[in-house]
Design a binder for this molecule. Structure first.
Ligand SMILES: [Zn+2]
Length: 282
């Protein structure tokens, strides 16, 4: 039997048909996928992502992505809270996400242009949106799935401002020093297809330097480039079954067998997002 693996961050239902998603999820299950956290990516797909996940018995997260900070924060949170109250009773509602901060110049410029504000105001709005969703997660007693790009300082400040919130920093690609501060706050770090890229030695070294308790697996499917870059093969989008190649890459980076790496990741996933791992597996 292949080792049990959990995908802690994905968007299996984005940019695809439900039939195609079902087919790809079945393939991933046949190679060891036991559970996944399907995150809403854009505010228009909150219900769609949740319905898709529930239909497949997968866990889901609801949240407003930092890319949607062009919407006034009160309005965005109102839409989110409506969906949250419809889903609150579902045992598959496992986290608040994807939420976070993305301070890349082009992202801030895009939000600023769309909202008729300055890039600095776009940044402030992302922070406000993020912090208020961290508070929502605390109120709901749910973990968070966090997107953070070029925003390490603001990320730490925001997380420290809402103590008690836990979860995963997805697609972590920062310094070891920031990693230690994040894990010190109780967060796990998510690693995906980027690990398998030939030029990603720095990322593999980072994963190797972490403690056994610090890391989890994810595909960010379909957005994260497929890990087949290693073989020279290129695919337009990644797919759920890629979690197994990501497990192999993580195991190699940590000097473990895939079986031991899977066990390590499973225990960490249980700590970060308990609903993803039944107690008997953790
Ligand atoms: Zn994502």
């Amino acid at each position: 039997m292949p080792p049990a693996v959990v995908d802690t961050h994905c968007h299996y239902f984005s940019e695809t048909t439900p039939e195609e998603a079902r087919r790809l999820i079945a393939r991933a299950r046949s190679v060891g996928l036991t559970q996944a956290l399907v995150c809403s990516a854009r505010i228009g797909e909150l219900a769609y992502a949740a319905d898709g996940a529930i239909g497949e018995g997968l866990a889901f997260a609801l949240g407003v992505h930092p890319f949607d900070a062009y919407i006034p924060v009160d309005e965005a949170l109102h839409t989110l809270e409506d969906e949250v109250s419809r889903r609150k009773a579902s045992p598959l509602f496992a986290a608040v996400g994807e939420i976070g901060l993305d301070f890349r110049k082009n992202v801030l410029a895009g939000i600023a242009e769309r909202a008729g504000i300055t890039p600095d105001e776009a940044k402030a709005r992302q922070i406000d949106l993020f912090v208020r969703q961290l508070s929502l997660a605390r109120r709901l007693d749910l973990p968070v799935s966090v997107h953070a790009v070029h925003a390490a300082g603001a990320l730490l400040t925001a997380l420290e401002s809402v103590p008690g919130v836990r979860g995963v920093i997805h697609a972590y690609n920062g310094s070891l020093e920031t990693a230690r501060r994040l894990t010190g706050l109780g967060f796990k770090l998510g690693f995906g297809g980027a690990l398998a890229r030939p030029n990603a030695q720095k990322l593999r070294d980072l994963l190797a330097a972490l403690d056994a308790t610090d890391w989890v697996l994810e595909t960010d499917c379909p957005w994260m480039p497929a890990p087949d870059a290693l073989s020279g093969e290129r695919r337009a989008r990644s797919e759920p079954a890629d979690i197994v190649r990501i497990l192999s890459a993580a195991a190699a980076a940590r000097g473990l067998t895939p079986e031991s790496a899977a066990l390590e990741a499973l225990g960490n996933t249980h700590q970060a997002i308990p609903a993803l791992v039944p107690k008997k597996l953790a």
